[in-house]
Design a protein around this ligand. Structure first.
Ligand SMILES: Cc1cc2nc3c(=O)[nH]c(=O)nc-3n(C[C@H](O)[C@H](O)[C@H](O)COP(=O)(O)OP(=O)(O)OC[C@H]3O[C@@H](n4cnc5c(N)ncnc54)[C@H](O)[C@@H]3O)c2cc1C
Length: 215
């Protein structure tokens, strides 16, 4: 794709966001900074193979200008790339990335309201878009729906809540677990998941929202 290039990068952090989802932070180690639009993705080469896997960039472009980028990776049982990322990848490892790719990105020549819907690791491009807008003072109204199977599959809820408080009236986030039953505990001290058979779920944050059932 036009503009896509190969980058060398080194892992600078690996953090667990949930029981099956990790944040991986990379520092670019050669060439120029990666220039991308929030929402786009990179391809990661699985070492020792010729296999690439696509991952949406979860951090805003400003971080890439500082030669840093973040990916959010959910473990797929038996998966080649996610098995490597979750079981072997460590701080200090060198990797190869190509990118940026994708036509799903923030159109900055518009001031229209944004409704962002992401499920599980599909939240990664939404995080890039929303943090990018937040860096600009949230010039557009944004509502984020974060779909997840259960409360324990949600992450960054408090970060989005903080943005909601900071940009009151412009930013709203709605965590939307499909089921509140399979949780290890409430998302927030003092709140408890409620049993519900409808598509409307307790969010663990005192709000309710509609959520599509998982396939
Ligand atoms: C544009 C784009 C952006 C993406 N962004 C992200 C991202 O930000 N975070 C992220 O975690 N993933 C993302 N993915 C998915 C990612 O590219 C891989 O497909 C995924 O991580 C599995 O790779 P793997 O090598 O571990 O599994 P593979 O070895 O390719 O597959 C192992 C087995 O699992 C099945 N499988 C593959 N993926 C899934 C899945 N998601 N659910 C259930 N079964 C599956 C396969 O059919 C196969 O049977 C994105 C994909 C695309 C196309």
């Amino acid at each position: 794709m036009l503009g896509a290039r190969e980058f060398d990068a080194r892992v600078t952090a690996v953090e667990s966001l949930t029981y099956d989802t990790k944040l991986v932070r990379f520092g670019l180690t050669n060439g120029s900074a990666l220039s991308f639009k929030p929402g786009q993705y990179v391809q990661l080469l699985v070492p020792g193979t010729d296999q690439f896997r696509a991952y949406s960039i979860a951090s805003p472009p400003s971080r890439a200008q500082a030669r840093e980028l973040e990916l959010i990776v959910r473990y797929v049982p038996g998966g080649l790339c996610t098995g490597w990322i979750h079981k072997a990848l460590a701080v200090g490892d060198d990797v190869k990335l190509t990118g940026p790719f994708g036509d799903f990105y923030l159109r900055e020549d518009s001031n229209r309201e944004i409704i962002a819907i992401g499920g599980g690791s599909g939240m990664a491009p939404m995080r890039s878009i929303i943090t990018h807008l937040a860096e600009q003072g949230m010039p557009r109204k944004v509502t984020l729906f974060f779909g997840a199977r259960t409360l324990r599959d949600l992450f960054y809820v408090e970060d989005f809540r903080a943005l909601e408080r900071k940009f009151r009236g412009s930013g709203t986030s709605r965590p939307c677990p499909s089921r509140g039953l399979r949780t290890t505990g409430p998302a927030r001290p003092g709140s408890s998941p409620r049993r519900s058979r409808s598509t409307s779920s307790q969010t663990g944050t005192g709000r309710r929202c509609s959520a599509a059932r998982p396939q």
